[in-house]
Design a protein around this ligand. Structure first.
Ligand SMILES: [Zn+2]
Length: 235
């Protein structure tokens, strides 16, 4: 019967799609970014991909990437989806804790993950020129730079570096000592520092602010827990 052909074909293609679904999923995750894949992504989809990557990292289930192949695939151009501003802390390399590959992420890093003119300029390049759609400010627990700012540490050029975190130190009200002996205080300052840095990006960069207002870029804050490997978003 002619009428039965259509449902049968539909059923077959459904079965086939089930068969190939796991393969398609993996190849989508391990894709090396091109201008086409970058263009197809939204800021929310990128954020979800990063959080999914952190889930894989926490579970010890990271993707099996061919970095040598990614070198050759990215050699003539890069189309990263994100900019992740993080601390220099050796325990928080963004590509690893979000399980990302070569060509996925711009990674400005500075002790205390704050912004200055040069880092803002780098973010403007990453978004307005290179097409990235998500800016994440990633702070972390047990941050040595934040502890140094809480204790008013003075040492060479580090004195100036830590002064960038001072507004976060002043912004926090918690019970107990206002120094690094108080773990709750230190982590509250790190959290506030992420929020203030997100605000700073939007206030100090009209380029990024315009992209955000057009819905082309999203700026988010997050905290990484050095004891669990978990990233949580900061509102
Ligand atoms: Zn740190």
């Amino acid at each position: 019967m002619k009428n039965n052909v259509f449902p049968r074909v539909l059923g077959m293609s459904f079965a086939l799609s089930l068969l190939f679904l796991p393969i398609l999923e993996v190849s989508a995750q391990t894709v090396t970014q091109t201008s086409a894949t970058q263009a197809a992504l939204t800021p929310d989809a990128i954020l979800q991909a990063l959080m999914d990557g952190n889930e894989r990292f926490k579970a010890g289930n990271m993707l099996d990437r061919d970095f040598v192949q990614q070198v050759s695939m990215t050699g003539s151009g890069q189309y990263p989806h994100s900019v992740i501003l993080s601390c220099i802390d050796s325990r928080v390399p963004p590509e690893i804790v979000f399980d990302q590959g070569l060509g996925d992420v711009f990674s400005p890093r500075i002790a205390g993950n704050f912004v200055n003119t040069d880092i803002l300029g780098s973010m403007e390049f990453a978004t307005a020129v290179a097409g990235s759609k998500l800016i994440m400010v990633l702070g972390h627990t047990e941050c040595g730079a934040v502890k140094g700012a809480c204790d008013n540490v003075e040492l060479g050029n580090l004195t100036h570096t830590l002064s960038n975190i001072a507004p976060a130190v002043y912004s926090v009200n918690v019970d107990g000592a206002r120094n690094s002996s108080n773990k709750e205080f230190v982590d509250a300052v790190a959290h506030s520092n992420v929020e203030l840095t997100v605000q700073n990006i939007l206030e100090r960069s009209s380029v990024i602010r315009d992209l955000v207002e057009q819905g082309k870029v999203k700026v988010v804050g997050a905290m990484y827990n050095v004891k669990t490997g978990e990233v949580t978003l900061v509102n």
